[in-house]
Write a protein that binds this ligand. Structure first.
Ligand code: GLN
Length: 483
């Protein structure tokens, strides 16, 4: 039963082949047996899950239908969940039980999804390897010595290991697409404003966006359907009708114009990954797509711009964790300053402290113009490059990551080398565009992803291209040995 996709689960539940309660019990037992190897969950919500599963079964018995009704999922541990610890992977929030559900959680729960638990993540979503979590590193099910990517690494590892059919993630600079690529999943970062950020603990508010991680594009369509939509409680949510994503999956790719940016194939890219990307291009050409060579000339400036803007916003967002209102508080503070200092020094891990320092520096008087303002200008140039490209092409294709998953610990002494791994993903966040990563093959037994980017609100187009590709390839069906 653990091999079933969301789409298959929906059919099985509708045909009464099994109940949501049976499925939930099977997956909880599997998590108990296998997750000690992976560390993909921070908190399990067994009682809540069984209660929700029974309620979903009762709703089905009453004639209700719905693709998510009774479907087990997990939530990245930065989506607030009523009465459940929501830690953001940090000691700072180790004792925080959210007093409300994030909009994403509320919407999925209303659709009948069953929450099995909260998945592990890089602390405050800062990282590309899931090594900065207070709760320990997550292992990649394809090779337990390697990272699963991050920051949604717990969601990715759990879905890849068939502990769950799908999970939520968030993507500020690649944290859905990159772990999807490194664990052989399909992951979608929606257009900025498509999915509500209300109740999603903020890292960099102008870049953060929630989205689905699953094994297939078909399942991403189902999960996104339950997540997307206008939310008056999020001032950056966009009031744009949500299309039927599952209905968008069957379009022909005949004449689809795919742009391949020359900047994506520079020296940093593992040549074996380049080869797999070329093979996936040929596959799409067979389905009728037309390749156009394009240029995104400002891409080289993306990493420096992102690593100014994201820490700047983070330093502001994280100032609320001061030991006073909620979160970790140090013992016996001497005075108020001591309380702030020690609570924050004890509650935040080294990567989070590094980002707060960088962000506070970039925003300080005297440096603001030189760093933050410049970075914002680069951000506009990057967006303009995409707008020019999308005059000529329908989607943009390239690698999701320059390298496959690295060994746990390999980049610990050199944070910048980890930042460089984000080179292909962060531009979509800077421009607010939707992006998807899908499985495209293996290098040394480790998965490789191909990334597709589309114009604003064209999530359906991305899902369609990925679905057509998955109807004609079987990379996404491979499962890791031992799971
Ligand atoms: N790796 C990037 C960072 O560390 C992106 C993280 C994310 O998307 N949350 O900032």
């Amino acid at each position: 039963m653990h091999q079933l996709t969301l789409a298959e689960i929906a059919r099985g539940l509708a045909d009464k082949k099994f109940s949501s309660e049976e499925l939930t019990k099977t997956l909880l037992a599997r998590i108990a047996q296998l997750d000690p190897q992976l560390n993909s969950f921070i908190t399990l919500t067994e009682d809540l899950a069984l209660e929700q599963a029974k309620a979903a079964d009762a709703r089905r018995a009453n004639g209700e239908t719905g693709a998510l009704l009774g479907a087990p999922i997990g939530h990245k541990d930065l989506f607030c969940t009523l009465g459940v610890r929501t830690s953001c992977g940090s000691k700072m929030l180790d004792n925080f039980k959210a007093p409300y559900d994030a909009t994403v959680v509320a919407k999925l729960t209303a659709a009948g999804a069953v929450t099995l638990g909260k998945t592990n993540m890089d602390e405050f979503a800062m990282g590309s390897a899931n090594e900065s979590s207070y709760y320990g590193a997550v292992k990649n099910p394809w090779n337990l010595e390697h990272v699963p990517g991050g920051s949604s690494g717990g969601s990715a590892a759990a879905v890849a290991a068939r502990l769950l059919p799908a999970a939520t993630g968030t993507d500020t600079g690649g944290s859905i697409r990159q772990p999807a690529a490194l664990t052989n999943l399909t992951g979608l970062k929606p257009t900025y404003g498509r999915v509500s950020r209300w109740g999603m603990i903020a890292y960099a508010s102008s870049l953060d966006q929630g989205g689905p991680l699953a094994r297939t594009a078909e399942d991403c369509a189902i999960l996104l359907q339950g997540m997307a939509g206008f939310d008056p409680q999020d001032s950056t949510s966009i009031d744009e009708p949500v299309p039927d994503y599952s209905a968008s999956l069957n379009g022909s790719l005949q004449g689809l114009r795919i742009g391949v940016p020359k900047e994506y194939f520079s020296e940093g890219l593992d040549p074996r990954i380049a080869q797999l990307i070329h093979t996936s291009i040929q596959e799409l050409e067979k389905l009728g797509a037309v390749i156009k060579h394009i240029s995104l000339p400002n891409m080289q400036h993306a990493i420096p711009a992102y690593y100014v803007i994201a820490p700047a916003e983070a330093s502001s967002n994280l100032s609320r964790f001061d030991g006073v209102r909620f979160g970790h508080r140090c013992e016996d503070p001497k005075d108020l300053t001591d309380l702030y200092k020690r609570s924050r020094a004890e509650g935040f891990g080294p990567e989070v402290q590094r980002r707060i320092l960088v962000g506070a520096y970039a925003l300080s008087a005297g440096y603001y113009d030189a760093y933050y303002l410049q970075a914002q200008k680069i951000r506009r140039l990057i967006k303009n490059d995409f707008m020019t490209a999308f005059n000529e092409v329908d989607i943009i294709l390239g690698p999701t990551t320059p390298n496959p998953a690295w060994k746990i610990g390999a980049k610990n002494s050199d944070p910048v080398s980890a930042y460089l791994e984000d080179v292909y993903t962060i531009t979509a966040n800077l421009a607010g565009l939707p992006g998807l990563s899908m499985p495209a093959g293996f290098v040394d037994g480790l998965p490789v992803g191909v990334q597709l980017l589309a114009p604003y609100f064209q999530e359906g187009r991305l899902l369609n291209v990925a679905h057509q590709y998955q109807l004609n390839t079987d990379w996404h069906l491979r499962s890791p040995a031992g799971f």
